[in-house]
Design a protein around this ligand. Structure first.
Ligand code: MEV
Length: 314
């Protein structure tokens, strides 16, 4: 049988989640430790989709399946093909709905697989435009950051409406990533912040969003100056502001505190929040391993250690 595949990977937002939706700067990193493959094969009859990957949460979150269908149909409309005689399957190691960009990664992989199957070139602008259609179904009001980071190889500095800026991570440090095991609620979190900004007393929330933007900008300088302590401090402050915006959760707070007690330079939630993953910063691998152990003790169901650019072990 004729088959084609498309791939993508996870993403970690270092700074600026949620604020990026409202025009503030953000920094995100590709996270190739977890990846997604979509396969499109020739078949007989109506379209079939094998998404066992999403089985556990599909019932709770119908918008996920809806966004997957939207991704397939947007790509097909662009390709001007019908969905007859195709079997699509997805295989993934990206935990679903845990702030690692799985919804964007699904759409990126599906779009790439369909374009490959129909032998049509796919440029970055078209890919991001198509993925944005299904991300609207998944998230309501996506900034575009997840799609760009899940499809590319470079860390990105991004302000909505401006071009993505590839951004070298010249920082001698390690990130520890911890999964609470609890499904996040990006769509609800994004819309609850929008409600606060449009509510009766928006000023404290506007200030919070602009502080998150300032942290992201300062973090960029801290990385350029190879100053992990300053970046860690900014991560701690960002977590406090994200908590004020009510997008943290008791599980996230517990892992963040455990990381700090375990010696992290800083720690915060990452991505949509209200569950999902947190990140912590360490100077070297042995400190990173101590922090990893601390967050496992505090209940992280999975952890990863991510070496940032230029690190040499000491
Ligand atoms: C979700 O991974 C990141 C958010 O900033 C939403 C977005 O940028 O679309 C919360």
């Amino acid at each position: 049988t004729r088959c084609s595949t498309g791939t993508s990977h996870g993403k970690i937002i270092l700074m600026g989640e949620h604020a990026v939706v409202h025009g503030e700067p953000s920094i995100a990193l590709p996270f190739p430790a977890v990846e997604m493959t979509a396969t499109v094969c020739e078949a007989k009859g109506p379209l079939t989709i094998d998404c066992s990957y999403y089985n556990g949460i599909a019932a709770e979150m119908p918008e996920i399946l809806e966004s997957m269908r939207t991704a397939i149909h947007s790509a097909m409309a662009e390709l001007q093909v019908s969905d007859e005689n195709l079997a699509i399957s997805l295989a993934s190691t990206i935990p679903a709905e845990r702030g690692m960009g799985s919804s964007a990664a699904v759409s990126v992989a599906l779009t790439r697989a369909l374009f490959a199957y129909f032998d049509k070139p796919l440029n970055e602008a078209t890919l991001l435009r198509l993925v944005n259609i299904s991300e609207k179904v998944a998230h309501g009001n996506p900034s575009g950051l997840d799609a760009a980071t899940a499809s590319g190889d470079a860390p990105l500095f991004y302000i909505k409406g401006q071009p993505f800026e590839a951004f070298p991570l010249n920082l001698k440090a390690y990130l520890i990533v911890g999964d609470t095991g609890v499904t996040g609620q990006t769509k609800e979190a994004v819309s609850s912040i929008a409600a606060k900004l449009n509510g009766k007393n928006p000023q404290p929330y506007r200030d919070a969003i602009s502080r998150l933007g300032t942290f992201a900008l300062t973090a960029k300088s801290a990385i350029e100056a190879n100053d992990p302590s300053q970046l860690g401090e900014l991560m701690n402050q960002a977590h406090a502001v994200l908590s004020f915006l009510d997008v943290s959760s008791p599980d996230l707070d517990r892992l963040v505190s455990a990381a700090r007690f375990g010696g992290a330079l800083g720690a915060k939630l990452t991505g949509g929040g209200r569950g999902g993953c947190m990140i912590a910063l360490a100077r070297n691998r042995s400190e990173a391993e101590k922090i990893e152990e601390a967050i496992r003790q505090a209940g992280a169901i999975r952890t990863w250690i991510y070496q940032m650019g230029g690190t040499e072990d000491v």
